[in-house]
Design a protein around this ligand. Sequence first.
Ligand SMILES: Nc1ncnc2c1ncn2[C@@H]1O[C@H](COP(=O)(O)OP(=O)(O)OP(=O)(O)O)[C@@H](O)[C@H]1O
Ligand SMILES: [Mg+2]
Length: 296
Amino acid sequence: MKRYRDIAGDGGSNVAGQVGAQQARLRRRLEPIRFVVAVVSGKGGVGKSTIAGGLACAFALGGWRVAVLDADLNGPSMAKVLGARGATLRVGAGEVEPPLGILGGRVMSMDLLLPGDAAPLVWDAPTQAEAHTWRGTMEANALREFLADTAWGALDVLVLDLPPGTDRLATVVSLVPGLAGTILVTIPSDLSQLIVKKSITVARGSGVPVLGLVENMAGLFPGPDAEALAREAGIPFLGAVPFDRDLAVAADRGEPFVQTRADREAARALRAIAGRIRTALEGAAVPVAEARTPSA
Ligand SMILES: Nc1ncnc2c1ncn2[C@@H]1O[C@H](COP(=O)(O)OP(=O)(O)OP(=O)(O)O)[C@@H](O)[C@H]1O
Ligand SMILES: [Mg+2]
């Protein structure tokens, strides 16, 4: 039997060449995209996907060419939120055409690849311990492929919807060297803010600009002030999106709430937050002082 030391170089597999080629493909793929932003929160269930979808729609309403990559491989939701569930993926020469979602936004999600509703993403390995060890590496590879092999085309913004936790942020930062910024989401509860404080530290330490903090489900709990949290942390406060049950209904139906319920406070807030992010991305300062009183 051949032993490890008997194998010359990489044994002829050209692993380094393959990884290099994929990284070059990834760089070329991201070149025509002006801004890539990531929606993150250490806390689960605070509305990251809802905010990511709402912002994508608001950007599209403002005339931007938009796509969303669902970076939550184990709990994918963006295909549903953007009304693209069940779409057929068109595969071309070494690339996949991302289906069209509401308001013309493109979306790519593990949800579009998994068969049926109940099939979870399973990393198969001889033992559970090994599956756990490999999960991080496999997920990073899957994200790299999603980014590199999807025919995004020319975009103004690609929004990444991250899973709960901040550990994946480092993966995304390493995959997308020019990541334009992070958007943090919290809700008005002590528990959420306790965790999001740590997320802010991670996001600031990542070397990527923190575009700001969004308070979601504002008014639902008599919790602490997210604006104060942002001020203490020295990051912009982007605005407060009130709890609105029709926003949840629209997300479930894959409808563009910011357009169909345009006069709702939550829709106005989402449009205003998108405007602030756009301004920040295009180089001007975020008008933090106006963040509490969003206007259309
Ligand atoms: N402002 C809001 N008003 C009403 N319902 C909301 C609001 N924001 C989010 N929701 C609802 O709360 C639930 C959780 O939202 P969502 O899935 O976006 O959270 P998440 O942070 O992405 O969760 P996960 O951590 O699992 O990825 C969904 O049913 C969504 O429709
Ligand atoms: Mg989510």
